[in-house]
Design a protein around this ligand. Structure first.
Ligand code: CGF
Length: 818
């Protein structure tokens, strides 16, 4: 325990005091929610002291700071994580026990701050945890959405979206910082005016609407090192003075518009993962938080540095995907229009300060904005992009004289669109992919022209996850067991976990390891019974696919295979079959009809299979409602098999795959994303790999030659599975799943038949599943394999990823608190 205030008695007193002070109640009278708030305030008290100390140390030591700019931070609950990182979890649990309170119940009161969709946002959260733990100065910069990711309810098998009003009861860990508010401007026009002070023309933005960006800071607690960094998320407020002014002038309409702009801008997180929304409001959100964050960073730098030309020595901005890449032009604008630099100097500073991470090759996710919209909303920023583009096109022409195809493919402005990835690559001093295979595909395919022109910018940073949330907090039984066997160093140095390898053939250790898995399965089975009303057998194989619902992730392949198994059991009741529980969890973007249909299909199959007494419970299917960070921790801990079955080349990295591995679940997957590196670490014999390779998929995509009808016509069992989608087996409405059926067999406009190669991979997937079953029956063999997965997960800590970013891109200095 770090701090005096955390001494048990003092802690208990403080909780009681907080209940009295906040709610005028005695502890016995308070609700669990009120107790949660009171506990958080006690914890926050300790954090604030460390936060102040950290800021002082930063002031004294003046380290370089990374600003991690991201539209999404999928933080998950903070209380438990903060206690873990303060190394106070067990003491607090005991103290609360003595007060007759259960920490788990209290933790469950916390809303799950879901300011993100999936992998990208959760990665940002893991990175903040690692940055603080590794003693680096960092800010997360994002948006304080009033409504985070929607809550998913399943009604009659369908997904229903319910607003997530996470701020309803107030969020105890945040701090409003109005003294750091900034103004952000939209619309209007640009005038060129002569400025006698500088003896030349300057650009003046006029007639705009203004919004006040007000930051809320959340503490990011490092593990056992007293460092507390900041996640700064921006709220929007109308600018009151202007409003009154407008009323005075009778400009009522404008005042109302500004009020609405402020209200709307941070209202909701767009629930799209790997897909661009293309809405004006989304671009407003992007510019809003980017402008405010850059203004704040520069103001902070200028407090104790004179020379803006040296900004890059103290500051670096990492752009998490294309979402914040308007930062390139906004930084240019600030440097030129507010700091008075000329173009060349501003460009020289900008291109040393901004770096870009690409998270996907999915065409529908790469952001492109119509010039009409962009120039209307951000006229000055657009002007700057035009000039960046003009100069870049000249460079292309110089390098490839007469090659207009290059301009077409690489220009930032083309076809009436602003291509944000191109802007980021042209200005960024680093461009990275998120797993080896993904980076190679970027270099050879998607960004080939850029790689050829500027190879020095490209690098790979394989993603990672924080073991502190996904093992130490999520799987406390296993965490204790690991610590008992190899000591606690793995908590901050996950490479140490390889020391477990000496135990993989030790029978006692195997039994203990599998017994922990069993207890975690019992915990999940209880959750499933409570939430789904379905009884599952914790001795069955828990085969789990939890992630966003997307066609390329192929939940459809998984459920079609379940149908296939069901057919087999029905046809051959005598067949030897190890009981299986297939567990799904996934949110579909609200407007993604086919993804939502797949959810309905999973639930319809579950209804039939779970209620068919003739199969004697050999097969169960469960769809866990509202998959999110808090239930994810429990699900990973309980998984036997990790389904990572995306069409090869489509999943940039995946991070769920790493969480399963760390918790001892072998991967059943394609050679895609970070699966490739997982297999490198654990060995092919300790994973179940199937399917087309990325090269084969890309080859089919480029050259054709794949016809799913051939498979349909020649494979009776596959044909039967597909037929059951439309013959009333799973719904009396035979049209309900027609679109899914058609998508597998028929070309539809520009969409190829079975564009994610589900039928192509079906047989090898089924064979790999069969191997899983065989392997599981060998208890010792399975225990060994599961333990090896945990023992080989060292590479996949986000601490390693962050250290690579620091060494190769950011060049930050470590700061220690005395
Ligand atoms: O980013 C993703 C995820 N869907 O959020 N992408 N985006 N955009 C990728 O698809 C994942 O493969 C990746 O692990 C994640 C974080 O880099």
């Amino acid at each position: 325990m770090i701090d005096k205030q955390f001494k048990k008695e003092a802690f208990k007193e403080s909780v009681k005091e907080n209940v009295k002070f906040l709610y005028r109640k005695k502890l016995e009278e308070a609700t669990q929610e009120q107790i949660f708030q009171a506990v958080c305030y006690t914890v926050k008290d300790v954090i604030i002291d460390n936060w102040l100390e950290t800021q002082n140390a930063y002031k004294e030591q003046d380290p370089k700071t990374v600003y991690y700019m991201s539209m999404e931070f999928l933080m998950g609950r903070a209380l438990g994580n903060n206690l873990i990182n303060l190394t106070a979890y067990k003491e607090v649990k005991e103290a609360l026990d003595e007060l007759g309170l259960d920490l788990n119940v209290i933790e469950d009161q916390e809303p799950d701050p879901a300011l993100g969709n999936g992998g990208l946002g959760r990665l940002a959260a893991c990175f903040l945890d690692s940055l603080a733990t590794l003693n680096y100065s960092a800010y997360g910069c994002g948006i304080r959405y009033r409504y985070g990711m929607f809550k998913q309810q399943i009604k009659d098998g369908y997904q229903v979206e319910v607003p997530d009003n996470w701020l309803k009861n107030g969020y105890p860990f945040e701090l409003r910082r109005p003294e750091y508010a900034k103004e952000v401007h939209f619309g209007g026009y640009v005038d060129v005016e002569y400025d006698p002070a500088i003896g030349s023309n300057k650009f003046v933005h006029k007639g705009y609407q203004a919004v006040k960006a007000v930051p809320f800071d959340m503490p990011i607690v490092g593990y056992n090192n007293k460092i507390v960094n900041t996640l700064r998320i921006w709220d929007a407020e109308p600018i009151v003075d202007f409003e009154l002014d407008s009323f005075d002038k009778g400009d009522y309409k404008k005042a109302v518009e500004q009020e609405n702009l402020a209200r709307n801008i941070v209202e909701v997180l767009y629930p799209n993962d790997n897909h661009m929304a293309g809405k004006e409001l989304r671009l407003k959100q992007q510019y809003f938080f980017v402008s405010a964050s850059l203004q704040a960073a520069i103001a902070k730098y200028k407090k104790n540095h004179k020379d803006i030309m040296k900004l890059h020595e103290k500051v670096t901005f990492q752009m998490n995907d294309t979402h914040p890449t308007v930062a390139v032009a906004e930084l240019m604008r600030i440097l030129m229009d507010e700091e008075g630099l000329g173009w060349d100097d501003a460009w020289s500073v900008t291109t040393k300060c901004v770096a870009y991470t690409n998270h996907t090759i999915m065409a529908e996710a790469l952001e492109k904005w119509p010039v009409e919209l962009f120039s209307r909303l951000l006229p000055r920023v657009y002007q700057i992009i035009e000039e960046i583009n003009r100069r870049f096109v000249l460079e292309i022409q110089e390098k490839y004289p007469g090659n207009y195809d290059k301009i077409k493919k690489m220009a930032i402005l083309y076809d009436g669109q602003v291509k944000m990835a191109h802007l980021a690559i042209v200005a960024g001093y680093s461009v990275n992919g998120v797993a080896k295979l993904h980076t190679e595909i970027l270099k050879k395919q998607e960004l080939k022209d850029f790689y050829e022109m500027m190879p020095e910018k490209f690098n790979n940073k394989t993603n990672g996850i924080t073991q502190r949330r996904f093992l130490l907090h999520g799987n406390q039984l296993l965490a204790d067991w690991v610590t008992d066997h190899i000591g606690p160093e793995w908590i901050t140095d996950l490479s140490q976990i390889s020391k477990l390898k000496v135990y993989v053939d030790d029978e006692k250790a195997q039994q203990e390891f599998m017994n922990i898995k069993y207890q975690n399965k019992v915990r999940l089975a209880k959750y499933i019974l409570e939430h789904n009303g379905v009884e599952v057998n914790p001795r069955s194989i828990f085969d789990v696919q939890v992630k966003r619902l997307h066609e390329y992730k192929r939940q459809l392949l998984n459920i079609l295979h379940v149908i296939y198994l069901y057919d087999q059991i029905k046809k051959h009741p005598e067949m030897d079959f190890y009981p299986r529980t297939f567990i799904f969890g996934a949110k579909a973007s609200a407007g993604y009809a086919r993804a939502k249909k797949i959810i309905k299909l999973i639930n319809s199959v579950a209804d039939v299979v779970n209620n068919d007494a003739s199969i004697e419970g050999k097969l169960k299917v469960v769809f866990i409602e509202n998959y999110r960070v808090s239930n994810a921790e429990m699900i990973f801990a309980a998984a036997d098999v990790s389904e990572q079955i995306s069409t090869a080349s489509k999943e940039a990295s995946g991070t769920g795959n790493m969480k399963f591995m760390l918790n001892g679940a072998p991967t059943l997957g394609t050679m895609d994303g970070a699966n490739v590196e997982i297999v490198d670490e654990v060995g092919k014999e300790n994973a179940f790999i199937f399917g087309l390779s990325a090269d084969e998929v890309i080859n089919y995509e480029n050259n054709g030659g794949y016809d799913p009808r051939v498979i349909y016509n020649t494979d009776d069992e596959i044909r039967q599975v597909l037929t059951e989608l439309v013959n009333g087996t799973f719904s009396s409405d035979t049209e309900l799943f027609r679109d899914l059926y058609n998508s597998l067999l028929n070309q539809n406009g520009g969409e190829r038949a079975d564009q994610y190669f589900i039928l192509a991979d079906f047989r090898s997937y089924a064979a790999a599943q069969k191997k899983v079953e065989e392997a599981y029956k060998d208890e010792k063999g399975w225990a060994r394999m599961a333990m090896l997965n945990t023992a080989c997960a060292g590479k996949f800590t986000s601490d390693r990823t962050i250290q690579e970013y620091v060494d190769d891109i950011w060049h930050l200095d470590k700061v220690y608190i005395k």
